[in-house]
Design a protein around this ligand. Sequence first.
Ligand code: LMR
Length: 395
Amino acid sequence: MFETLTKAPGDKILALMGEFAADSRPTKIDLGVGVYKDEKGVTPVMSAVRKAEERMLSSEKTKTYLGIAGNKGYGEAVLELVLGDSVARDRVRIAQAPGGTGSLWVLMQLVNRARPGATVHVSAPTWANHNPIALNSGLEVATYPYFDPTTRGVKFEQMLAAIDRLGPGDVVLLHGCCHNPTGANLSEAQWDQVAASLARTGALPFIDLAYLGFGDGIEADIYGTRKILSSVPETLIAFSGSKNFGLYRERVGAAILVARNAGEAETAYSQLLNIIRGAYSQPPDHGAEIIRTILTDPALRAEWEDELATMRNRMISLRKKLSDAIRERSNSTDFDFVADHRGMFSLLGLSTEAVDRLKAGDGVYMTGDSRINVAGIPEDRVGDLAEAFLTAIGR
Ligand code: LMR
């Protein structure tokens, strides 16, 4: 049987984790995979999470099945966090799913049931796993202009012009906030224009919401998603609790669908549940119950929001420190964009050779497209890093 197979490409982001672990240099710096790190270089278990788990340990009475949609209280709490009052609830359905990736997967499967072989339009560039998930779901992938390598901002006019040309049956994948890999994001006025364009053309927005709270705060980060929800009849959202709750390995996310009316929502939901049942039957509960416990308890929720703010502010401060250090050493504002970007990542715009040199020579790891995870910057090594970047680009 297996002799018919050829070797599949490995995943470049996750492979980098292994390469970094195998590097014995004590001075190595990990700016690769998108996991948050604190000032000690540790990806911590958040204190609100720890407390929720302690409660769960003493109060859990059964491990029986929860059902295809997963933890209902979790679903309600996530909807409250994401939707606000942007959309009537009878048009909305949610199913817990394994991480942001699992949520993207089941929703892409749903798109393929509704419109077999539809085209998903993704930003150029986008997260490396978007294309495989869409293609493995039977969908086509096309790109719309997004990142401007000259300004390191968004090519907004070109993006809008491309989205304006789409129509019903097209799917537009948008990063709800904290664009991965670029770090360049839409302003509120730009979100307004994207929402108006989608309302005009009838193309379906599909929002990947993997970093809520990592940009400028929960309310600021959810602006675009809610604007779209209140502007168009149908939306898909893949929510992830991996980053903002630090629950990476627990695989907790949610697939949210918004339909034109309650009847269509129910029909689409029956298809979504059918997809889930036929794939993994039902999601694991642990991460979902942690998030439910936190979001529904005022004290734990406040503690989580504080911890999230600490993480966010640390990333913003590291951005500033790095761009200041580069400016001081190079007398140029060429890397000031790092301070303007938001979220976990910035795309530096280095050549592949420069990325390879940084890894081989300095032990600085980033993805091949020169994306850095700013949370991985060690505070006491910002100067070293600035020197290494400038040397790598020959300045
Ligand atoms: C990343 O982009 O590094 C993260 O989302 C981790 C992953 O699964 O790729």
